[in-house]
Design a protein around this ligand. Structure first.
Ligand code: AKG
Length: 201
């Protein structure tokens, strides 16, 4: 890994194995209440390869008709999102350098074949708070560039328990997930990767 963009922090091994197991337990409870759904791109309706859900007072959703947005309820159940687990709120307090708690925590589930194209997180109403992202389960190849789509990018591997912070000048950096490395973690019984992304909405 060469020079990371200013404002991007890579914090390897933030959560040890027992903490990762506790987080997975908390996520299982969230998913029981707010089931994973398949998001679809605005206008085309093309389905994304990840499945997702949320916790927090707001959740990020997308569908063909209404596009990218935050809303207070699950698109299928109509219920409010479950609360963000305390362990994640504690992480935010420790590392975000932001005085208010996150409003949203997006939960992405990647199977072996899933990926996420290069994009900016810019559906939020303010960009002064960072995006704090936790990886669990199989490792992935994470790509990050600059704030313009054509800027050079670099890729590095994220493994279970790692945290990435996109703040400051990197808050609007393009980023994505090129691939999952199957069989690189025993944390999730059936394999795959979970990404948790806390944001102010
Ligand atoms: C997003 O949800 O906006 C992401 O970029 C997720 C990145 C990841 O899975 O590490």
């Amino acid at each position: 890994m060469t020079d990371l963009p200013d404002g991007l922090r890579y914090l390897p091994d933030c959560f040890d194995r027992s903490e990762q197991e506790a987080l997975v337990g908390a996520i299982r409870e969230i998913v029981a209440d707010a089931p994973l759904f398949t998001p679809a791109m605005p206008k085309t309706g093309k389905e994304m390869s990840v499945r997702m859900t949320n916790c927090g007072v707001l959740g990020w959703v997308t569908d063909k008709e209404h596009g990218y947005r935050y809303q207070a309820t699950h698109p299928a159940t109509g219920r409010p999102w479950p609360a963000i687990p305390d362990m994640l709120l504690a992480l935010w307090r420790d590392i975000s350098d932001y005085p208010h708690p996150p409003e949203a925590c997006l939960i992405n589930f990647y199977t072996d074949k899933a990926k996420m194209g290069l994009h900016q997180d810019r559906d939020e109403s303010e960009f002064d708070a960072p995006v704090v992202s936790v990886s669990l389960g199989d490792a992935c190849l994470f790509r990050v560039g600059g704030t313009k789509r054509g800027d050079p990018t670099q890729s590095f591997r994220l493994k279970s328990g790692d945290v990435v912070v996109l703040g400051g000048e990197a808050r609007l950096a393009f980023h994505g997930v090129d691939r999952i490395y199957p069989g690189t973690s025993t944390l999730l019984k059936n394999g795959g990767r979970i990404n948790l992304t806390m944001r102010r909405a």
